[in-house]
Ligand binder design. Structure first.
Ligand code: NDP
Length: 339
C-alpha cells in the first residue's frame, strides 16, 4: 500500500516506518523540518524516493496543515497518524497539548476526505490515556477494556499538564470517531490505545537529553536517579514499541480491524522491576542502581485495575514481548547514544 505516516521522527513512528518498509509498503512521512526528513532518508539509503520520502508539516495545529501532504502521485491508500505532543513541559495546555492533538486529528481527517478519496483506512495513535479513569486511582475492582472512556472534562483538562495530556488524547480520539459517524467518509478508522510504551529508540533520531517521554524512566535509573528512592510507577501497564508499531501496520492491513478501537498492552510492570532487570543484565551500572532494600517504585498494596487485551490478540494476532527483552534492548539503544 502507499501510506502517509505522520510524525515519522517520533519514537513510535520511527518503528512504524521501518515495519511498513520491511513489509513492502511505500511511505511518505511528515516531519517538522527538512533536517529531520533528511536524517530519515540518510538512514534508509536502500530505499529510493518512490519507496520512502518526506514532506514538511511544521505544525499540525494549523488549520489545513495536511491539505498538501495528503496529495500524492501515486495516491495514498492508507494514513497512519501518530504525530501528537507527548510531554509535560508546557505552560499553555490549550495551545501546546490540546490544539495539536485535536485540531491535528480532525484536520488530517478533513484533508483526507477533501483531497485523498483513494484512502481506505486511517490508523490513529491514541492512548490508554483515553481509556483510564484517572479519578479512580488504582481501582482494583475494575477491568479496563475498549469499552472505557476517560471522563475528563474541558475544565479539568487545563488544570495541569498531566490532565492536559490525557485530555488531549481523549478529545482527539473522540473527535475522530465523531468524524466517522457524522461525515461518513470513504475510509474506515482503527485507533491504537497503548499505555506506557517502552523499548529501543532508533538511535539516529534521539539523544539522551531529548529522549522520548516514556523511556525517560529507564535513562533516569541508569543515570543514578533511583539510587536512594525509586520514583512511583504511575501507569502500571506497558507495551514494547516494536509490538505497538506492528499493531499499527496490521491494523492498517487487516480488514477485520476496520472501525475498531484497540487497547494494546503486554501486561503489568513496575519501576522496581525495571531497575532489577537492569541490575541483572548490566553489571556495569551497579554503583548507580537501587538495591533490593531501596524504597519506592513497587506495586500498590491495595491492588490494581485489571485489563482485557483480548481484542488485539485475537484480531491482530499479536504476541507480546516480555519486559526483560524490552528493557535490555532499550538500555542497549541508550548506550548507542552515550548512556
Ligand atoms: P514522540 O515525542 O517521540 O513523538 C511525537 C511526534 O509528534 C514527533 O514526531 C513530534 O515531532 C510530533 N509532533 C508533536 N507536536 C507536533 C506539532 N504541533 N506539529 C507537528 N508535529 C508534532 O512521542 P511518541 O512516539 O511516544 O508518541 C507518538 C504518539 O503516541 C503520540 O500520539 C502519543 O500521544 C502516543 N502515545 C505514546 C505513548 C508512549 O508511552 N510513548 C503512550 C500512549 C500513546 P517533533 O519531535 O519534531 O517535535
Amino acid at each position: 500500500m502507499r501510506v502517509l505516516l505522520t510524525g515519522g521522527s517520533g519514537f513510535i513512528a520511527a518503528h512504524v516506518l521501518d515495519i511498513l518498509l520491511e513489509r513492502g509498503h511505500s511511505v511518505v512521512t511528515t516531519v517538522r523540518s527538512s533536517s529531520k526528513g533528511q536524517k530519515i532518508l540518510d538512514n534508509h539509503k536502500s530505499y529510493n524516493k518512490d519507496k520512502l520520502n518526506f514532506v514538511i508539516v511544521e505544525d499540525i495545529a494549523k488549520e489545513g496543515a495536511f491539505d498538501d501532504a495528503v496529495k500524492s502521485d501515486p495516491p495514498f491508500e492508507a494514513v497512519v497518524h501518530t504525530a501528537s505532543p507527548f510531554h509535560f513541559n508546557v505552560t499553555d495546555v490549550q495551545k501546546e497539548l490540546l490544539d495539536p492533538a485535536v485540531i491535528g486529528t480532525t484536520g488530517i481527517l478533513k484533508s483526507i476526505k477533501k483531497s485523498a478519496p483513494t484512502v481506505k483506512r486511517v490508523v490513529i495513535t491514541s492512548s490508554f490515556a483515553s481509556i483510564i479513569n484517572p479519578f479512580k486511582g488504582t481501582w482494583p475492582d475494575h477491568t479496563y477494556s475498549e469499552q472505557d472512556w476517560n471522563p475528563i472534562t474541558e475544565q479539568q483538562a487545563t488544570e495541569n499538564p498531566a490532565n492536559g495530556y490525557r485530555a488531549s488524547k481523549t478529545f482527539a480520539e473522540r473527535s475522530a470517531w465523531d468524524f466517522i459517524e457524522q461525515e461518513k467518509p470513504n475510509f474506515t478508522l482503527a485507533t491504537m490505545c497503548p499505555p506506557l510504551v517502552l523499548g529501543p529508540i532508533i538511535h539516529y533520531l534521539q539523544s539522551l537529553d531529548s529522549l522520548n517521554t516514556s523511556n525517560e524512566r529507564i535513562r533516569d535509573i541508569i543515570q543514578g536517579k533511583a539510587k536512594d528512592e525509586i520514583a512511583p510507577t504511575g501507569t502500571f501497564i506497558w507495551v514494547d514499541v516494536r509490538d505497538l508499531a506492528m499493531c499499527h501496520v496490521l491494523a492498517m492491513e487487516k480488514e477485520d480491524a476496520a472501525n475498531k478501537r484497540f487497547f494494546i498492552t503486554a501486561g503489568y510492570f513496575s519501576n522496581k522491576e525495571i531497575a532489577e532487570i537492569i541490575a541483572k543484565n548490566f553489571p556495569e551500572y551497579k554503583d548507580k542502581l537501587p538495591t533490593s532494600s531501596t524504597p519506592g517504585g513497587d506495586y500498590p498494596k491495595e491492588g490494581l485495575y485489571k485489563f482485557n487485551n483480548e481484542r488485539v490478540i485475537k484480531t491482530l494476532g499479536i504476541k507480546f514481548r516480555g519486559l526483560e527483552e524490552s528493557i535490555v534492548d532499550a538500555v542497549k539503544s541508550l548506550q548507542s547514544v552515550g548512556a
